[in-house]
Write a protein that binds this ligand. Sequence first.
Ligand code: HEM
Length: 165
Amino acid sequence: MDSHLILKIIHMTFGSLALITFLIRAALLFRVPQNQPGKAGRIVLVALQHLSFTVLIITGMVLLYQNQFVVQPWFYGKIILFVVILSAIIKAFSKRDMSLAQRKAGAFVAAVAFAGLLTLVVLKPDFSGNAASQQIAQSAAVDPQIQPMQQNQLTSTTVRQSATN
Ligand code: HEM
Protein backbone atom coordinates (compact mmCIF):
# COMPACT_ATOMS: atom_id res chain seq x y z
CA MET A 1 0.00 0.00 0.00
CA ASP A 2 1.44 3.43 -0.88
CA SER A 3 1.97 6.10 1.77
CA HIS A 4 -0.72 8.37 0.30
CA LEU A 5 -3.39 5.72 0.72
CA ILE A 6 -2.24 4.85 4.25
CA LEU A 7 -2.33 8.54 5.24
CA LYS A 8 -5.76 8.92 3.72
CA ILE A 9 -7.07 5.94 5.71
CA ILE A 10 -5.58 7.39 8.94
CA HIS A 11 -7.09 10.80 8.06
CA MET A 12 -10.54 9.31 7.48
CA THR A 13 -10.35 7.12 10.61
CA PHE A 14 -9.58 10.11 12.83
CA GLY A 15 -12.24 12.15 11.00
CA SER A 16 -14.74 9.46 12.06
CA LEU A 17 -13.36 9.48 15.62
CA ALA A 18 -13.73 13.29 15.78
CA LEU A 19 -17.35 12.96 14.63
CA ILE A 20 -18.20 10.15 17.07
CA THR A 21 -16.63 12.01 20.04
CA PHE A 22 -18.50 15.19 19.10
CA LEU A 23 -21.81 13.29 18.77
CA ILE A 24 -21.35 11.68 22.23
CA ARG A 25 -20.61 15.05 23.86
CA ALA A 26 -23.47 16.78 22.04
CA ALA A 27 -25.93 13.99 22.96
CA LEU A 28 -24.91 14.29 26.64
CA LEU A 29 -25.36 18.07 26.46
CA PHE A 30 -28.85 17.86 24.96
CA ARG A 31 -30.16 14.77 26.78
CA VAL A 32 -28.70 15.02 30.31
CA PRO A 33 -27.43 18.62 30.63
CA GLN A 34 -27.50 18.51 34.48
CA ASN A 35 -25.52 15.28 34.60
CA GLN A 36 -22.34 15.88 32.60
CA PRO A 37 -19.55 13.26 32.72
CA GLY A 38 -17.29 13.36 35.78
CA LYS A 39 -13.63 14.36 35.69
CA ALA A 40 -12.37 11.03 34.30
CA GLY A 41 -15.06 10.86 31.61
CA ARG A 42 -14.43 14.45 30.60
CA ILE A 43 -10.67 13.84 30.36
CA VAL A 44 -11.21 10.81 28.08
CA LEU A 45 -13.62 12.67 25.78
CA VAL A 46 -11.45 15.81 25.60
CA ALA A 47 -8.30 13.73 24.98
CA LEU A 48 -10.01 11.80 22.15
CA GLN A 49 -11.22 15.05 20.62
CA HIS A 50 -7.82 16.75 20.83
CA LEU A 51 -6.08 13.65 19.46
CA SER A 52 -8.47 13.28 16.52
CA PHE A 53 -8.32 16.96 15.49
CA THR A 54 -4.52 17.02 15.84
CA VAL A 55 -4.08 13.89 13.70
CA LEU A 56 -6.61 15.28 11.17
CA ILE A 57 -4.60 18.51 10.79
CA ILE A 58 -1.21 16.77 10.58
CA THR A 59 -2.32 14.09 8.07
CA GLY A 60 -4.28 16.73 6.11
CA MET A 61 -1.16 18.90 5.83
CA VAL A 62 0.96 15.95 4.67
CA LEU A 63 -1.70 14.91 2.13
CA LEU A 64 -1.73 18.50 0.86
CA TYR A 65 2.07 18.42 0.55
CA GLN A 66 1.92 15.11 -1.34
CA ASN A 67 -0.64 16.69 -3.68
CA GLN A 68 1.74 19.64 -4.17
CA PHE A 69 -0.91 21.93 -2.66
CA VAL A 70 -3.11 21.59 -5.75
CA VAL A 71 -6.72 21.79 -4.53
CA GLN A 72 -10.18 22.14 -6.04
CA PRO A 73 -12.30 25.18 -5.06
CA TRP A 74 -14.57 23.17 -2.69
CA PHE A 75 -11.52 22.41 -0.55
CA TYR A 76 -11.46 26.04 0.69
CA GLY A 77 -15.04 25.53 1.90
CA LYS A 78 -13.88 22.43 3.77
CA ILE A 79 -11.17 24.39 5.61
CA ILE A 80 -13.59 27.22 6.51
CA LEU A 81 -16.10 24.68 7.87
CA PHE A 82 -13.29 22.96 9.79
CA VAL A 83 -12.45 26.27 11.52
CA VAL A 84 -16.16 26.81 12.27
CA ILE A 85 -16.35 23.31 13.81
CA LEU A 86 -13.34 23.98 16.03
CA SER A 87 -14.57 27.35 17.30
CA ALA A 88 -18.17 26.11 17.81
CA ILE A 89 -16.93 23.07 19.76
CA ILE A 90 -14.80 25.34 21.97
CA LYS A 91 -17.93 27.43 22.61
CA ALA A 92 -20.13 24.39 23.34
CA PHE A 93 -17.81 22.56 25.72
CA SER A 94 -15.75 25.36 27.22
CA LYS A 95 -14.79 25.09 30.92
CA ARG A 96 -15.83 28.70 31.36
CA ASP A 97 -19.14 29.55 32.95
CA MET A 98 -21.65 29.64 30.11
CA SER A 99 -25.40 29.26 29.84
CA LEU A 100 -26.88 25.98 28.62
CA ALA A 101 -28.52 27.82 25.71
CA GLN A 102 -25.13 29.16 24.57
CA ARG A 103 -23.61 25.70 24.79
CA LYS A 104 -26.48 24.16 22.82
CA ALA A 105 -26.15 26.88 20.18
CA GLY A 106 -22.43 26.09 19.86
CA ALA A 107 -23.12 22.34 19.51
CA PHE A 108 -25.84 23.03 16.92
CA VAL A 109 -23.52 25.22 14.81
CA ALA A 110 -20.78 22.55 15.01
CA ALA A 111 -23.27 19.85 13.91
CA VAL A 112 -24.40 21.89 10.89
CA ALA A 113 -20.77 22.64 9.95
CA PHE A 114 -19.84 18.94 10.31
CA ALA A 115 -22.75 17.96 8.04
CA GLY A 116 -21.66 20.60 5.49
CA LEU A 117 -18.03 19.41 5.58
CA LEU A 118 -19.01 15.76 5.09
CA THR A 119 -21.34 16.75 2.22
CA LEU A 120 -18.45 18.59 0.52
CA VAL A 121 -16.06 15.66 1.02
CA VAL A 122 -18.56 13.15 -0.39
CA LEU A 123 -20.01 15.20 -3.27
CA LYS A 124 -16.83 17.14 -4.19
CA PRO A 125 -18.93 19.72 -6.06
CA ASP A 126 -17.37 21.42 -9.09
CA PHE A 127 -17.29 25.20 -8.43
CA SER A 128 -14.57 25.82 -11.01
CA GLY A 129 -16.87 26.46 -13.99
CA ASN A 130 -14.95 23.70 -15.73
CA ALA A 131 -18.03 21.70 -16.67
CA ALA A 132 -17.19 21.90 -20.39
CA SER A 133 -13.76 20.31 -20.02
CA GLN A 134 -15.22 17.67 -17.73
CA GLN A 135 -17.70 16.78 -20.47
CA ILE A 136 -14.77 16.45 -22.87
CA ALA A 137 -13.05 14.20 -20.35
CA GLN A 138 -16.11 11.99 -20.11
CA SER A 139 -16.59 11.77 -23.88
CA ALA A 140 -12.86 11.06 -24.34
CA ALA A 141 -13.21 8.06 -22.08
CA VAL A 142 -15.72 6.49 -24.52
CA ASP A 143 -14.36 7.97 -27.80
CA PRO A 144 -10.66 7.28 -28.53
CA GLN A 145 -10.90 9.44 -31.68
CA ILE A 146 -10.99 12.58 -29.57
CA GLN A 147 -9.18 15.66 -30.95
CA PRO A 148 -5.58 16.29 -29.74
CA MET A 149 -6.48 19.77 -28.39
CA GLN A 150 -9.30 18.27 -26.37
CA GLN A 151 -6.94 15.60 -25.08
CA ASN A 152 -4.70 18.35 -23.66
CA GLN A 153 -7.66 19.78 -21.78
CA LEU A 154 -8.48 16.30 -20.58
CA THR A 155 -4.98 15.81 -19.17
CA SER A 156 -4.98 19.04 -17.17
CA THR A 157 -8.44 18.35 -15.81
CA THR A 158 -7.54 14.80 -14.86
CA VAL A 159 -4.35 15.87 -13.05
CA ARG A 160 -6.22 18.48 -11.01
CA GLN A 161 -9.00 16.06 -10.18
CA SER A 162 -6.73 13.30 -8.98
CA ALA A 163 -4.43 15.69 -7.13
CA THR A 164 -6.80 16.55 -4.28
CA ASN A 165 -10.19 15.15 -3.47
C1 HEM B 1 -13.43 17.17 10.53
C2 HEM B 1 -12.47 17.37 9.68
C3 HEM B 1 -12.16 16.54 8.44
C4 HEM B 1 -12.82 15.46 7.92
C5 HEM B 1 -14.08 14.76 8.45
C6 HEM B 1 -12.10 15.07 6.73
C7 HEM B 1 -12.44 14.00 5.93
C8 HEM B 1 -11.77 13.63 4.78
C9 HEM B 1 -12.12 12.51 3.94
C10 HEM B 1 -13.30 11.55 4.21
C11 HEM B 1 -11.26 12.50 2.90
C12 HEM B 1 -11.23 11.48 1.74
C13 HEM B 1 -12.03 12.02 0.57
C14 HEM B 1 -12.00 11.08 -0.61
O1 HEM B 1 -10.93 10.78 -1.10
O2 HEM B 1 -13.06 10.70 -1.08
C15 HEM B 1 -10.35 13.61 3.06
C16 HEM B 1 -9.34 13.93 2.19
C17 HEM B 1 -8.46 14.97 2.37
N1 HEM B 1 -8.40 15.82 3.46
FE1 HEM B 1 -9.67 15.87 5.00
N2 HEM B 1 -11.03 15.92 6.55
C18 HEM B 1 -11.03 16.83 7.58
C19 HEM B 1 -10.11 17.86 7.80
C20 HEM B 1 -9.05 18.14 6.98
C21 HEM B 1 -8.08 19.19 7.20
C22 HEM B 1 -8.10 20.14 8.41
C23 HEM B 1 -7.20 19.16 6.16
C24 HEM B 1 -6.00 20.03 5.88
C25 HEM B 1 -5.20 20.51 6.77
C26 HEM B 1 -7.60 18.08 5.27
C27 HEM B 1 -6.97 17.73 4.10
C28 HEM B 1 -7.36 16.70 3.26
C29 HEM B 1 -6.72 16.41 2.00
C30 HEM B 1 -5.53 17.16 1.39
C31 HEM B 1 -7.41 15.32 1.43
C32 HEM B 1 -7.19 14.72 0.04
C33 HEM B 1 -6.44 13.43 0.03
C34 HEM B 1 -6.36 12.96 -1.43
O3 HEM B 1 -7.32 12.39 -1.93
O4 HEM B 1 -5.34 13.18 -2.04
N3 HEM B 1 -8.72 17.49 5.81
N4 HEM B 1 -10.68 14.28 4.23
